[in-house]
Design a protein around this ligand. Sequence first.
Ligand code: NFE
Ligand code: MG
Length: 568
Amino acid sequence: MATRITIDPITRIEGHLRVDVEVENGKVNKAWSSGQMWRGVEQILLGRDPRDAWAITQRICGVCTTVHAITSVRAVENALQLEVPQNAQYIRNMIMTAHGIHDHIVHFYHLSALDWVDVVSALKADPVKTAQLAESLSDWEGNGRHVFIDVQERLKSFVGTGQLGPFTNGYWGHPAMKLPPEVNLLAVAHYLQALEVQRYANKIVSTLGSKTPHVQNLAVGGVSNPIATDSQSVLTVERLMLVKEMIDRLGAFIRNCYLVDVSAVGAFYADWTGHGKGITDYLAVPDVPMDPAGTKFMMPGGYIKGGDLATYQPIKAFGDPYFRDGVAESVKHSWYSYSNGGALHPWKGETTPQYTDFHDDGKYSWVKSPTFYGKPAQVGPLAQVLCAAAAGHQPTMTYLNKVVETVSSLAGAKIPLAALHSTIGRHAARAVRCAVLYECLQANWQALMENIAKGDVKTFNKPVFPKGEIMGVGFHEAPRGVLSHWAVIKDGKITNYQAVVPTTWNAAPRNEDDSVGPYEAALLGTPVADPERPLEVLRTVHSFDPCLACAVHLTDLEHKTTVQVKVL
Ligand code: NFE
Ligand code: MG
């Protein structure tokens, strides 16, 4: 007999995701991923000035806040064939990379580690042994024995008062929790330290972008950061030195703590390299452009078929037709209707809600189902790291090899690269990407300083909108993967706008061919020890870092009409 489990909402993510699985003989044999809220940001944009779209689309999400802003200006610039000044690319790149680093650290420690780490077990640890283990793994400054003694005391007082605070609702004592008490204590200490460290990355975003969440400094054509050395109200050398200080503080944590912790979790849960594979057609876009037109990138992206790196096809530049022509979205299983009945390219995309109810074989989600040349694709750090490996990207290979070596030595067995196609592989890839993002952040700070030293302080090229219709696509490798915005502009006003978002790719329901999306595919075969406490399902879903706010683009709790917005 199959048991149906509905998890709604899934927590420790952004937004409302419902996942249904059917478990038979201790394993998932059917899965459904469903976005449970609807948003209508695309309609809000209709009739508006394309220069405002970035500020509006950025409100799609409070987690990946900068990414919709960046992607939106890129879409409008692509429609205008407008380049941006070199300094603007560097400043945007620093914001993007700092934001990505922030996002990855918070995801691992605060949004997913508790799927693997048993906080209550940490009470049983010997803090001295924890310190010995930690010091054998790395020279992270937060690994002294006094730290672990102190953290354990704090945990005891939490538990003594019956208030576990942020640790209240975990699956403590679950049979799938496998870390020894010492490793659990180590992870809890780093969880608390990461709360402090993530602020450094956010400080970079807020210094350059004027605030976070939701930066204020973007513009179609560049950034609104005037550079000068003699005014407090602009980007001064003093502020740039503050950014440098924050960059320096982040490096040790990423290399000596995050990469090592992911490796340790990977080694103790080596069996999870055998779960959560799912769709192995991977899509990533190149990012961190180092030239005004967006043709030279510090991080590669492209498409890999069936997990085989030899099939890698690079995406080479902003507006690359290979990417531009390959994307379509289906609503066959989503609560929308399309006038043509089939899948639509995003420039022709429609946002017409048609709510039914949850129908296993019919419509069951507010998320659309995107495809690349007709096939679903997995996006995210794993896709990006695999593309970088296929492209022979040196920084990626360096960190990837380091993680694989550490996991192999801790697990006492050689872990092959193929182990990356898994739940644990997505966490490992995210840490590797975080370390590469960090190198890009350092390089862009240096490049900006050198360019300013040459006397170039330009940050903005003024856009001019032609009469008639133009179309643009902007893409960005956001923390959760490929993000693209598609804008159609007529006489300087938006006539269509579609966002095809990382979580739309990964949380997609079944598509036009009724084939499952990446979350659904990854869940098939996942073991479930206790249907009342489906920890294993959460592990695989959380490994993608879901964000439903992004995926479904104003909530309509009544499920009735679309949002009415007065266009001024
Ligand atoms: Ni709301 Fe997002 C990212 C975007 S997810 S978090 O990364 O775009 O789909
Ligand atoms: Mg969309």
